[in-house]
Design a protein around this ligand. Structure first.
Ligand SMILES: [Zn+2]
Ligand SMILES: [Zn+2]
Length: 182
């Protein structure tokens, strides 16, 4: 594991949320937000309303800016986000997770908790100088974000769709190259 469990979970959820804005656009219904909530192991307040969905979607540009920022800009953004939210880090333990940090109460709006969790996760990324773990997809037509938590830093594409498309293109280019030399 590159980062602590809750840091990796928060980063994964943030990247998923940002990438939901890329085609094919997802997370457009309250039901999809509910699935996102469950899939990413969120606990605490969940209104299941259109207003909550809109607040969460409104985070996409701010999270994107933070996740692809250079180290000094990311530090400034994290400080702003934590101050705006009045974040107070507290150790909490709730099933199935052992002691970890929450910095806003469980009854704070979901969008606030996602923003603060992402900012808290970025503290680890910045301190360990691991911002290269976050990048824009290597596909030339894709703006999706890639979170590379692999040991050998081998992830370049945001999705299997992008990685398959590029593998096929590389294969075709090799075949064309061979045909040209024959
Ligand atoms: Zn928790
Ligand atoms: Zn992609």
């Amino acid at each position: 594991m590159v980062f602590a469990y809750d840091t990796e979970e928060s980063l994964q959820a943030a990247v998923e949320l940002v990438n939901a804005a890329e085609p094919p656009v997802t997370l457009v219904t309250v039901a999809e937000l509910e699935a996102f909530f469950d899939r990413n192991g969120y606990t605490g307040r969940h209104d299941r309303t259109r207003a909550e969905l809109e607040q969460v979607l409104a985070l996409q540009p701010r999270l994107r800016e933070l996740l692809v920022a250079d180290r000094d800009s990311a530090a400034r953004l994290v400080n702003e986000m934590l101050a705006d939210a009045g974040a107070v880090p507290q150790l909490v333990r709730h099933p199935p997770v052992d002691w970890h940090i929450h910095a806003v109460p469980a009854d704070a709006p979901l969008a606030t908790r996602i923003l603060v969790e992402t900012a808290m996760a970025m503290i680890d990324v910045i301190r360990e100088d691991e911002l290269s773990r976050l990048a824009v997809c290597a596909d030339s037509d894709c703006e999706g974000l890639v979170l590379d938590l692999s040991r050998n830093r081998s992830r370049r594409y945001c999705s299997t769709t992008c990685s398959n498309r590029n593998a096929q293109a590389a294969h075709r280019a090799r075949r064309t190259g061979q045909a040209a030399t024959v």
